[in-house]
Write a protein that binds this ligand. Structure first.
Ligand SMILES: C[S@@+](CC[C@H](N)C(=O)[O-])C[C@H]1O[C@@H](n2cnc3c(N)ncnc32)[C@H](O)[C@@H]1O
Length: 720
């Protein structure tokens, strides 16, 4: 047994303590929501940098989410990461140890680590190493990442969100949780003008997951990954709606019908029916619809349930052959079987909420992991399955920055000079969250809840209070024999996870204490060298991410989208930070007078063009041409902008066959009457801290005491 329910922080408080705390947090959360302290609403996440809005239903939604989180904080109790009950127990799953109500927050907010080494939706065929990663990549939009090109807002950004989002199973129309989109951009107080830790950790946080329905204690959590995502990943353990429909159709229209139509046959005894059912369930050929048939349930029970469903359907719906939804017997059994006994979870599961995130006590480290309860020496405080790369991790994780017209803004110059030809390379940020060994090509990235927040503290200094170890038995995500296989095996085994770390307390850890592990002497040496040699990039003082900058420039009571944008003339004396751009869609019409006027956007495309504000004009209304000169009359502000329409044609270059049609990127036109909400304020592509050329990159080192001999295939050519 790894831990006891009685160790739960929540249970140590009296019921009235808890209620009082819960009430207090709810009040605080509601107050925070009322003051607009919140995350970016889901509906607006595609255009994060520009606007929020004050739609009351969104405010309600925000407030409910915050209250949900407050409830979660007040009722901290264990959640688990254990075998899935689905199918044949072949993948991990997450269970709740406590009852959840709709909108409750399920977990502590997770980190979101942006990825450049792999694009969203890019499932590379035939490349073994790194392919396993395809299953753990989310669309960058999920965490509100800045785009990778300024002008196209849907380029394939990718993000890694460890924890619940990586472990949860999907039974598509049965989802009971939902990952909340968006993130909080938080550099933990570090700035590129003074801090060597800048860009060495991810600034994107708060990937919350919320319950979309009431959930019983012990129930497995299911998310919907989206039907469109799943088929592109071979063998992924997701049950599609349509597969469940086939299962249901087989159960009700084939098996049940067959049994009914032969019910007078002497040979069809109860034993024969059970044998027939068992045969189909364990059909020797891989067949997903059959593998979703109710397991560990006798046919007699299934038959009774189908009978009930069929009778119910006859009474309620005589016109369609509806076998999904409420009357779906397969779904009903999956739901029932996915609830585990709490004692069983306690015995077999790994608690995922012993740790919570917070700002590290180490000034340059960013955020860290803190104990949510007293954790005794020897107890498992965290658990993480590991995404492995066997042979070519150093190549896979090495990224090349595309030369772009904005490189000089972020110090991202080609190494040959500003107009040179050799693009800059670096390791992707996720390397800092991965383990490697000096004498091996193997790279392991943990995806358990909260463990990615654990910072380095050396054993010699006495700061380290946890260490990693291999689980001592076979688990769904840990196959001990892999520790005896060589890196070639790991590089070829890309269809499943087979390695996990346990994070074990080296001594008693008190509630609230920061948790540290020893990343190894090489890491410590590399960090010291980095700090000694670090220099800020040119013009660093002027950098401000838009998430902070928008607040500073001021907003009126209607919210960010009404932030007054500066004209080019005003910018001369009061410039934006160099990383900020203004953009809009190239949507305009030519007036009879031959001028250009904004046309309300019909094409909701994702392409943008650069624009510069020339003038702000007051009109009586958006539809009214007359300029308002009476200050006391209500009026709207519309913008006159210079729009770089040539760049829009550049955007479409690839789609054109005739190169002559391509316009001049320097072609600018003046467009009148552009509403404020159609001008977007963005961070330039590649301007965020983690793209800087002077950032620290180093993996944590796999400790020698856990490093399998079989993996030591010699020092890699490209050492870190
Ligand atoms: C696995 S992450 C730990 C979580 C990270 N602090 C965060 O905010 O996401 C490793 C990175 O954290 C930072 N870090 C960890 N321990 C540190 C230490 N002792 N001193 C400075 N930075 C540290 C470094 O940027 C390192 O590359």
């Amino acid at each position: 047994m790894r831990h006891s329910l009685d160790h739960s922080f929540g249970l140590q408080r009296t019921a009235s303590d808890r209620d009082a705390l819960e009430g207090k947090l709810e009040v605080e959360a509601a107050a925070a929501a009322a003051h607009g302290v919140s995350r970016i609403p889901v509906e607006k996440q595609h255009d994060k940098a520009c606007d929020d809005n004050s739609d009351p239903s969104l405010e309600m939604k925000k407030a409910r989410r915050i209250i949900g989180f407050a409830r979660f904080m007040a009722k901290t109790r264990q959640r688990y990461c254990v075998l899935s009950t689905l199918g044949k127990d072949t993948n991990l799953g997450i269970y709740t140890g406590k009852a959840l109500r709709t909108d409750d927050v399920v977990n502590f907010p997770e980190i979101a680590i942006p990825l450049l080494f792999r694009e969203w939706g890019e499932h590379v065929e035939g490349v073994a190493d790194g392919t396993l990663w395809d299953r753990y990549i989310w669309e960058g939009e999920v965490a509100d990442l800045e785009t990778y090109t300024d002008r196209n807002r849907i380029d394939n950004r990718a993000v890694f969100v460890p924890g619940v989002g990586c472990t949860v199973n999907s039974v598509l129309d049965m989802n009971n949780i939902e990952s909340t989109h968006g993130s909080t951009y938080d550099t933990a107080g570090l700035h590129r003008s003074r801090d060597p830790g800048t860009g060495a950790f991810s600034p994107y946080h708060s990937a919350l997951t919320t319950a979309v329905t009431d959930i019983a204690p012990g129930a497995e959590l299911f998310a919907s990954y989206g039907d469109y995502w799943v088929p592109s990943i071979p063998g992924v353990q997701v049950t599609l709606d349509e597969v469940l429909d086939v299962t249901e159709d087989f159960l009700q229209n084939d098996l049940y019908e067959f049994v009914q139509s032969h019910r007078d046959a002497d040979a069809l005894t109860p034993d024969v029916k059970e044998a027939l059912f068992a045969f189909v369930k364990d059909f020797p050929l891989p067949n997903q619809p059959f593998s979703n048939l109710p397991r560990n349930v006798p046919w007699a029970d299934v038959e009774r349930a189908i009978h009930k469903a069929v009778t119910h359907r006859k009474h309620t719906d005589t016109t369609t052959d509806n076998v999904s939804g409420e009357s779906s017997v397969a779904r009903q059994f999956i739901r029932e079987q996915s609830i585990r006994d709490l004692a069983w979870l306690d015995e077999h599961g790994y608690c995922q909420d012993h740790l919570r995130p917070g700002r590290s006590t180490l000034p340059q480290a960013g955020r860290g992991a803190f104990a949510t309860r007293n954790l005794p020496a020897g107890s498992v405080v965290g658990y993480a399955p590991l995404i492995h790369i066997g042979l070519h991790g150093r190549e896979v994780l090495r990224i090349t920055y595309p030369p772009s017209e904005h490189d000089h803004h972020v110090g991202n110059v080609d190494i040959d000079g500003e107009n040179g030809t050799t693009p800059r390379t670096n390791y992707d940020l996720v390397l800092n969250y991965s383990f490697a060994h000096r004498n091996s090509t193997v790279i392991l990235t943990p995806y358990g809840g909260m463990v990615n927040y654990i910072n380095h503290g050396s054993t010699t200094s006495g700061r380290a209070n946890v260490q990693v170890r291999w689980p001592d038995k076979s688990l769904i995500a840990h196959v001990p024999s892999w520790l005896e296989q060589d890196p070639i095996f790991l590089s070829e085994t890309v269809e499943k996870i087979g390695l996990s770390f346990e994070y074990v307390a080296l001594r008693d850890i008190s509630e609230g204490e920061e948790v540290f592990m020893d990343y190894g002497p090489e890491w410590e040496q590399a960090w010291q060298t980095h700090v000694e040699q670090w220099q800020p990039v040119p013009d660093a003082e002027r950098y401000q991410h838009t998430s902070e900058w928008k607040d500073l420039i001021g907003k009126d009571e209607r919210g960010d989208s009404n932030m007054v944008l500066r004209t080019m003339e005003e910018l001369e004396s009061n410039p934006y930070p160099p990383n900020v751009v203004t953009m809009c869609r190239d949507s305009y019409r030519v007036t009879q007078a031959g001028t250009f006027e904004w046309l309300p956007v019909l094409r909701q495309g994702h392409e943008r063009v650069y624009c510069n504000v020339l003038e702000r004009k007051q009109y009586k209304s958006e539809a009214d041409d007359s300029v308002a000169n009476d200050e006391s009359n209500p009026s709207v502000t519309l913008y006159v902008v210079a729009m770089q329409v040539g760049s829009a044609r550049d955007n479409r270059v690839e789609e054109r066959s005739d190169a002559d049609e391509v316009g001049d990127a320097d072609e600018w036109i003046v467009v009148e009457r552009v509403p404020r909400e159609e001008i977007f304020v963005y961070d330039r592509a590649f301007s965020a801290d983690w793209h800087l050329p002077n950032v620290f990159r180093h993996p944590m080192m796999i400790p020698d005491y856990v490093m399998p001999l079989a993996w030591m295939n010699g020092p890699p050519e490209d050492a870190f």
